[in-house]
Design a protein around this ligand. Sequence first.
Ligand code: F6P
Length: 539
Amino acid sequence: MNDLRQTPAWRELGVLGAEIGRARVDSMFAHDPQRAERFTLSAAGITLDYSKQRVDPAVMAALGRLAEQQRFHDARRSLFAGEAINNSEGRAAWHIALRRPNDAPLHDGVHEVRAAMAEFVDDVRRGRWLGYTGAPISDVVNIGIGGSDLGPRLVCDSLAQLRQRIHCHFVANVDPADLDDILIRMDPERTLFIVTSKSFGTAETLANAEVARQWLLDNGATEADISKHFVAVSTNKDAVREFGIERMFGFWDWVGGRFSLWSAVGISIALGLGMDVFEEMLAGAHAMDNHFETAPLEQNLPATLALVGIWNNNFLGLPTHVVVPYAQRLAALPAFLQQLEMESNGKSVTRDGAPTQVETVPTVWGSVGTNAQHAFFQMLHQGVLAADVDFVLPLSAAGSADDERERQRVANCLAQAEALMRGRDTKALVAELTAEGLSGTALEKRLAARRFDGNRPSSMLLMDRLDARTLGALLAAYEHKVFVQGVVWNINSFDQWGVELGKTMAGQLLGELEERVGAVDHDGSTDALLARIRQGWKS
Ligand code: F6P
């Protein structure tokens, strides 16, 4: 059946959504002393408490039936078996195979690449890999964008306390300021560039890599020295060779860009933090894979994350999902999840090419706590548009529990989640305003501005600690969440055709700006903007 809305499980959830829309979560806690325990799951160092969500046992059971109806079990088996679940490109999406342990049967050279990476990383970190003047490498600059940037950048930031000797930097943007600001701090004799691109055809990455190469040549290196300062991570051997890079770490078309940090795309993690740290991260992800593969639906952490998201989005009508990590080192998590969730599930046709008929991915955004409290939390508490929030709270982030700021970090996170649920108690507020001497209309007005109802849903994801293993598990949990949502919505989470048109048009416009190609028939707005830009460049 093509129209998901007409299926039994969807209809049942529609009825439950209308009913529960009026119920308050704080009274659900009052009626069910087991609620927190009932709606908490743990796996691989991650604890998910979703008891502040507007769900009850009937809703969770109906969501389970929806997943069953959409053949969750078959889909999960296909994912783990490496079947071609990316049907528009005829490929597997087999990132789970990258994090299987070294003694498990590995595929397509995964083992060989991991061993080559380990050897190279060891050479660089021990100072055996030398730059063109014989100096050891001190800085690594990863040039890549999207999935070839966000994952390694997030992990290097998150575990920065483990950094030894080698500093990793990340350049993604084609805006010259991005690379220029880094080059100005680099010593050409000691800098290693990693050009990371699955396709090795991404215009921004290649343009930045060319500038980096020229910078080396301008600083005394010769063409023959380039191989000492450039390595590539790609699936496209020929393009890498054509660019003039000799050393390449490969991966495979069955690894999607946004799922690729577990492959050689993560080499900057290993260079900056150590191969053991990279392998710990794989082990954490593998532990989450094992849980996801074997746990029954009702105890399955990633599947629960997915189903609660579907409930909020499709049945409670919350179009936006906010991620707030309460740890400075996890500041890059929202950007990572934006690509993971929205590039994967921002689709409006089903796997069979029919319109989806239902909302797919919500808008995903967020920022680090406590900073976000002083930016957009006002809207989360009192705005018209209600959102669903994931709080991500590592139990130990940077400091020790003896540090008052560390206690503040935790207290603020818990406080925001509780405030979203409870809102501002009207009786207490009236008493407060009366004590301030207000009454009558003045009190009413002030009351209206200050009160808020709460009942706004959030989940708490506790990380036992902020280490490589637990981080690997967290990211794998989100990957599986995205997969389960794609299965329920019956969309292909593993292609991204929507980004292609803009790339092609950018190529044409670049040609026009450089006066290499004739103008095509643009819309009036683009023509006018082009004229203004040309004028601006002239003056
Ligand atoms: O433009 C989207 C995209 O294709 C992403 O899916 C990918 O992660 C990114 O570009 C970079 O692609 P590549 O690794 O091939 O340079």
